[in-house]
Design a protein. Structure first.
Length: 82
């Protein structure tokens, strides 16, 4: 069985973690989110920035696990941005 990939597309950082079926940590990666905060309290990030940050995290994790395959993915995010 391949590794399980967890993705967190938050407003501060994008993160990815890989673990095995028993929950044993295998690899992780993090990229800063370029969230813009407005005076009215709103926060905004472009979909392109989210995709680029998350894709970079996935690539970093995969590079740490050469020859391994991903068996499943779970995603967490803030609001309705993904």
């Amino acid at each position: 069985m391949g590794y399980l990939l967890g993705i967190d597309a938050g407003s501060t950082n994008y993160k990815a973690i890989a673990c095995d079926a028993a929950g044993q940590f295998l690899a992780s990666a993090r990229r800063p989110a370029n969230t813009k905060y407005h005076e009215n309290g709103w926060a905004e990030t472009s979909p392109e920035q989210i995709w680029e940050g998350v894709a970079a995290c996935i690539a970093d994790v995969a590079a740490q696990l050469p020859g391994e395959t991903c068996a499943g993915i779970a995603v967490a995010s803030t609001g309705e941005d993904v």
